[in-house]
Write a new protein. Structure first.
Length: 365
């Protein structure tokens, strides 16, 4: 039987955790599978992919600037045209799962859905809930990236999923952490870092409120790396509360690892996640972590608090107390870092990438 061609579908590439996984998985598969194409409307990150991967996109920088929804539908139209031309395909969907799954079902194409964030973030609306449950049932395989996520999918939708952790390459992270940036930290202060898109989901406003609570008690420097629609709100809060000397917002960096390595404390404030790469990266660089106990991922990575501190999402007062606790007990807390670091083996990239290959191979013929 003739081997199917693999199409990787991701309308918008913005440089976050999903995209990091996309780069790693795609570049691993290219030497194992004969024919791989990638459908996207984003050309900015083309240099990150192995040259053997065929880009199917719209030419020109203009398309990088169109809205995310438009990118979804333009990408779907490109996929539709591709399927009409060649039906010997298998689709691996990284984004726009509902639309892509429905299109593949209607056209009789097999699809693997990789769901990136917990259902808590997108299934609260009752109409959406039933619609999503119905459409997801059409997928040939559904991959999730944490066992907590897998349980939620089962509880909410009664659908079977396969858990494959985000592939973590510790050697590359440690190597990249030695590439020096201008360090905006101070040796005389508590150096805090947060990395993530400036969106409601990442909820950096909770972090700002927490440091505003401690500013009279603790000398600190906070660096937030990212970009997104919430930036103006963050800047406005910083100015209103006279925090400009303490806080710096840095635009998205391809490799923030040197700054993470130079910090004392990594804080995540997300409302929901899938499996946050940044926590794995911070543990790789042996940083202490305070994270929201959001669905899903942080609890699994931090072993229910054995490898870091957890707090209820949006509870900035509790976060402020935990930052204070870290300062008072810093030396004692090194044990938690060791526990977290020693737990990273299950996220090993070779081990998890082979699982992707096995699932894809089972549907390629």
């Amino acid at each position: 039987m003739k081997q199917k061609k693999l199409i990787i579908f991701i309308p918008s590439i913005e440089g976050g955790g999903v995209e990091k996984n996309l780069f790693i998985i795609s570049n691993y598969l290219v030497d194992k599978i004969k024919d791989i194409s990638l459908i996207t409307i984003s050309n900015s990150f083309k240099h990150k992919f192995n040259k053997k991967i065929r880009f199917i996109s719209l030419k020109g920088d203009f398309w990088d600037k169109v809205g995310r929804r438009k990118k979804f539908f333009l990408s779907l139209f490109i996929l539709f045209l591709k399927i009409i031309k060649d039906r010997n395909l298998l689709v691996l969907c990284f984004q726009g799962n509902i639309y892509c799954t429905l299109l593949c079902k209607l056209l009789g194409i097999k699809i693997i859905v990789r769901s990136n964030s917990a259902p808590d973030g997108w299934s609260k609306n009752i109409i959406k809930y039933f619609f999503f449950k119905y459409i997801f049932s059409f997928a040939d395989r559904i991959i999730v990236n944490s066992y907590e996520f897998k349980k939620k999918f089962k509880d909410k939708f009664n659908l079977k999923t396969i858990c494959i952790y985000n592939p973590l390459n510790k050697k590359d992270i440690i190597k990249e952490s030695k590439i020096k940036h201008k360090i905006p930290f101070s040796k005389k202060k508590l150096n805090i870092i947060n990395v993530g898109r400036f969106t409601d989901q990442k909820d950096q406003i909770t972090l700002l409120k927490a440091v505003n609570e401690i500013k009279k008690k603790i000398k600190f420097r906070l660096i937030i790396i990212g970009r997104g629609k919430e930036k103006n709100n963050l800047v406005s809060y910083i100015k209103r509360n006279n925090l400009s000397k303490n806080i710096k917002l840095i635009n998205f960096l391809d490799s923030p690892f040197n700054l993470i390595r130079s910090s004392d404390l990594f804080i995540l404030t997300s409302i929901y996640e899938g499996l946050p790469n940044v926590l794995l990266e911070a543990l790789t660089l042996k940083k202490f972590i305070i994270s929201s106990d959001c669905p899903t991922g942080p609890k699994e990575i931090l072993l229910n608090g054995k490898a870091g501190y957890l707090f209820k999402p949006r509870n900035y007062k509790k976060l402020a107390n935990l930052i204070t606790s870290y300062v008072k007990n810093r030396k004692k807390l090194s044990k938690k870092i060791r526990i977290g670091f020693n737990n990273l083996d299950k996220f090993d990239f070779e081990k998890n990438l082979k699982k992707y290959l096995n699932i894809i191979n089972s549907l390629l013929y």
